[in-house]
Structures are given as C-alpha cells and as structure tokens.
Write a protein that binds this ligand. Structure first.
Ligand SMILES: Cc1ncc(C[n+]2csc(CCOP(=O)(O)OP(=O)(O)O)c2C)c(N)n1
Ligand code: SF4
Length: 536
C-alpha cells in the first residue's frame, strides 16, 4: 500500500470498512452512542445493514446469518449487550459456521449513557473470546483477526471498543478486500444448534475446550506484543489506555494486549518477571488487574478513584505516581436542553402543571427531568417507564396512583416498550394507567435513525410502518387517543387530564415530527411518492 491509500477514519468508520473488506454479508444493530456510525458507514459502503427493533433481535439476526454460513456483525452500545445477553450466552455454546463478531462500544465516563458498565466482564461470563483495538488502524486490522478467530474456533467474538477508539480519527492503511469470503449455505446440525439440555451439556464442555485452545494460541499470538523499555517500569495495558500510557511513560516497557479474553497468562508472567515494577493501566473496572492477580502474578492495580471516568495522559501519570490527591474538577458545562420548539416541551410543561408522577425513559425527552420542566421522576433503562409506572400504580395509595404517567419515545417503545404494554393490558392496576408515546417519527437522541414505527428503513427508503394505535388496540387497549403536541394546543392538557381522571388504561400518542428532521422526512416522503409514480 502506498501513502495515497491512507485514510483518516474514526474507529467506527474503520471497523465498518474492515467489515466491508472482510466480506461481511449482514450487519444488524440498534443505534447507541458511540456505536451508531458503524452500521451507518457499513451501509454507505454498500454493505447489507439494517436497524433492528432492539439489540437482542439484532444479535439474533446476525446469529442467523452466521449459522447460515455468512459473515455477520451485530453492533450496539455497551448497555445494548445487556438486552442481547440472552442470545449471547447461548450462541457461545452453539458456536457459528461463519464469523460472528459482536461489536460492543463501551462508554467509560458516561459521555452519553446511563451507566459506565465494563463489557469486558461479558466476555468472561459468556465465554466468548474478546478483541480490543486501540485506534482506527487497529479497529481495522483486528477486525480481520476477530473474523479469523471466530471461524477457526467457530465461536462468536466480542469486539470491545470504547468511546475514544470509536470517535477519534486516526490514519488507516486498508488492505485488499477479501475475495473468498464464505458463501451462505445451510448445513443441518441439530445437536450443534438446538440447545436442549441433552445437546447443551456437551456444547458447554466443547466451549470450555475451545477457550482452553484459544488461551494456548493466545500465548504466542502476535496480536499481544512486547514493546521494549527500561526494566524499572513495566506496563500491561490494552485498548485506548495503551495510547495514554505510552505518552505518559515513554521510557517504560509494555505488554500491549489485543486479545484480552482468554488472557495469555504465561506471556504476562514472563513480562512481569522481567521488570522491577509492573502496573496495569486500564480504563473502567480492574478487569485485567484482577484476572492477572487471580493467577498469582503480582501487579499493581490503579487506585479505586481511577475506576470512574475515562483515562487520559495526566490520569495515567497520577496512577504511576500513586497520586490519589483530589483531581481538579472540570468546570460544569452548560446543561443540555430540549431544542427550542421541540414538541416534547409541550408534554412536559403539561405534566409538570398537572403535578404528575412521571416514570420516564431514555431519549431526548429524558431532558424533561431538568428545569424548566422538572417533570420526570424516574429513568432506569430503555423501556422501564412502563413497568416502573405500573409497579407504582399497583402499590401507591389511589390518590397518588392516579397521578402516575409513563412517558416513552417512539423508538424506545419499539425497542422495549411493547412488552411493557402487554404487561399493562395483562395486569391492569385498579386505577388504570396512562402511557404517553412521544412519537417524533425518529430516534432523535442518537442522530435520527429510523425504526419500525417510522415507515422507513436504515437507508430512509419506504418500509412497513407499524402504527402504535393499531398495535395497542390489537393488544386489547380500548382507550387510544392521538394528539398533536404543537405549542399552544389546548387538547394536550385536556386529553391528559381526562385520562388521569379515568380508571381506564389509556394510550396517548403525542405525534409531531422532531423539528430538526421534519424537512428531511418531508423530502424522503416526496422522493418515495415520486418513485412510486415513476414505477406506476
Ligand atoms: C439498551 C440501549 N440501547 C441503546 C441506547 C441508546 N439510546 C438512548 S435513547 C435511544 C432512543 C431514543 O429515541 P426515542 O425513544 O424515539 O426518543 P427521542 O430521542 O427521539 O426523543 C437510544 C437508541 C440505550 N440507552 N440503551
Ligand atoms: S433533536 Fe428533536 S427530539 Fe431532540 S430535543 Fe431537538 S427537537 Fe426535540
């Protein structure tokens, strides 16, 4: 490759390019910062990419592809893997025919998430090998390694990225696209694919044998390498932490790990024996330090205070100096706000004025918690607004219960609100309940992605549109009201007030497109009408 082949790419773009070059036939995912751009970029390159209603479905779709013999990826943010954990744990047992790479983008420091869970723990818990890139070139190169690993041992691979790796742009030299990616072809393998206990027991033993073989392979695998330095200080690290650590301590010797589960224990032992002091530098949980210490190898872990938030060069210097003095506090920035003219504002103004107890959910509308609305009382995870609201309705005294309202966005409802609605019609509280779907015809928070309720697919082309009203009525809900939350519309207050006074179950669909995407939606709709006419 020549200089001119070099591309300036984010880690998300690099992994998308690698997937395209590696002959990935199917990409499924659900949007979530910092992972969203992977699938969008894969689609722009011409890859077959689709948004699923949620991460569990996305992973299942990708599993189907990999069972069928086609290289497949599932993309999601870290909390998405909680939703997809059920299939993940069992596909580790079944194994795959062609590569299945599960890309999980973690968010240490909670730039845009409700928690900072460290998904490296999932690799251990599910028993799937894990690969961790440190920059865009590695995001590109290691993807091919993940595909090889997955196909050699016929196991799914967890490709663990983090915010800085996903979003920072660095140079990438791509390779020639593969020409011999496996072609999908169904081969029946009932004991290998049907996890009834009789087949799952041997499948579990088989998985453990594969992991032992991968651990042995990892001892000599070139993807984990030594960077020579002064023997006074050795650093074991992986991912973005390596970039910070090399800048903070250029004189040190390094063991940089790329395949971080199962760990190359003997390689680590050999490295530690060759240095006077060995410190593990890692973001998030002390996953590496705990795993290494569990093998009886003496390493220093970072002090607990560095478990929170992202690392940077300065923080790594502090870890190496064992400096636990209080860190300078960043000046609080301007709090985020709903856009001027956002239709969510009208609903939250009303809920506040009516003194409602609001169980909220995740999306732009979570900002209804802040002043001037101060209208959200709870927010746990995607879809939780319904269950939490129902639990309150069941237990609070009637005068309080009648004030409880669940509020959920349209994309979030498709993701994990539908089962909450089933719960509502199946176990109705004595005072009824009020559910408001804020239907702005997009997944606004993550950058305006489509979902099954918009009537458009990932490429914004026409697709089947699921109507919330029809779905709710089909589930047995009798009281379904649609209202336009435009500023000044008195109907919003009237509808919510009437619904609260009734002991019936009510769905209110507050429908108005997000103002930032409305012109674009009109354009997509105009194009699709024009296409229909041209085809007629
Ligand atoms: C399990 C999980 N997956 C993905 C996300 C990222 N995410 C947060 S809110 C959201 C959807 C927001 O869309 P919508 O409900 O339509 O509300 P809007 O932002 O449009 O107001 C997504 C995808 C998440 N927080 N949790
Ligand atoms: S992006 Fe759309 S939904 Fe989000 S705050 Fe702005 S107007 Fe509201």
């Amino acid at each position: 490759m020549t200089e001119s082949n070099r591309l300036l790419l984010s880690g998300d773009e690099a992994v998308a390019l690698a997937a395209f070059h590696a002959g990935v036939a199917l990409g499924a995912g659900y949007p979530g910062t910092p992972s969203t751009e992977i699938l969008e970029h894969f689609a722009e390159l011409g890859g077959h990419a689709q948004w699923s209603p949620n991460e569990k479905v996305a992973l299942e779709v990708a599993i189907g592809g990999a069972f069928a013999g086609a290289r497949s990826i599932a993309t999601m943010k870290h909390v998405g893997l909680n939703v997809a954990a059920d299939p993940l744990f069992t596909v580790a047992y079944t194994g795959v025919t062609s590569a299945l790479v599960v890309i999980s983008a973690d968010d240490p420091g909670l730039a845009s998430s409700q928690n900072e869970q460290d998904n490296r723990r999932y690799a251990v818990a599910a028993g799937v090998p894990m690969v961790e890139p440190a920059d865009s070139q590695e995001a590109y190169d290691l993807f091919f390694a993940a595909v090889e690993l997955s196909e050699r041992w016929q196991v799914p691979v967890l490709y663990r990225m983090t915010t800085r790796v996903c979003h920072a742009k660095t140079l990438v030299t791509p390779r020639e696209p593969v020409k011999d990616a496996p072609k999908a072809n169904y081969v029946k393998d009932v004991p290998g694919r049907v996890m009834i206990p009789a087949y799952a027991r041997p499948a579990h033993s088989k998985l453990r044998k594969k992991l032992a073989e991968i651990a042995a392979w990892n001892e000599t695998c070139a993807l984990n390498h030594f960077i020579p330095g002064d023997r006074k200080l050795g650093i074991i690290t992986s991912g973005i932490s390596c970039v910070h650590a090399r800048e903070a301590a250029p004189e040190a010797g390094f063991l940089k790990l790329s395949v971080t589960y199962p760990l190359p224990v003997e390689k680590i032992r050999q490295f530690v024996q060759g240095v006077d002091r060995c410190v593990v530098i890692e973001e998030g949980d002390p996953y590496l330090a705990e795993s290494i210490r569990a093998e009886g190898i003496k390493v220093e872990a970072k002090p607990e205070m560095f478990r929170f938030g992202e690392l940077n060069v300065n923080r790594v210097r502090r870890i190496l100096a064992n400096d636990t003095s209080p860190e300078p506090q960043a000046k609080p920035g301007k709090p985020p706000q709903l856009c001027e003219g956002c239709s969510h504002r009208v609903v939250f103004d009303t809920l506040r004025d009516l003194g409602c107890i609001v169980t909220g959910d995740i999306g732009c509308y979570t900002l209804g918690v802040l002043a001037p609305f101060s209208a959200i009382d709870t927010c746990v995870c995607m879809g939780a607004s319904l269950g939490v609201g129902l639990g309150m309705r069941h237990t609070l005294p009637p005068e309080q219960a009648r004030r409880v309202v669940s509020v959920i966005g349209d994309s979030t409802f498709m993701h994990s609100g539908i089962t909450g609605l089933l719960e509502m019609v199946y176990n109705p509280p004595p005072t009824g309940h009020v559910l408001i779907i804020l239907d702005n015809s997009t997944t606004a928070m993550t950058g305006h992605q489509e979902h099954p309720g918009t009537g458009r697919n990932l490429l914004h082309e026409p697709a089947h549109k699921v109507k919330f009203e029809d779905l709710a009525k089909a589930m047995g809900l009798k009281r379904v009201v649609v209202v336009d939350p435009r500023p000044g519309n008195p109907e919003v207050k009237k509808v919510i007030t009437e619904s609260l006074a009734s002991d019936e179950l009510t769905l209110i669909v507050a429908r108005r497109p997000c103002i930032l995407i409305a012109p674009q939606i009109r354009e997509w709709e105009r194009c699709s009408v024009a296409c229909d006419k041209a085809e007629a």
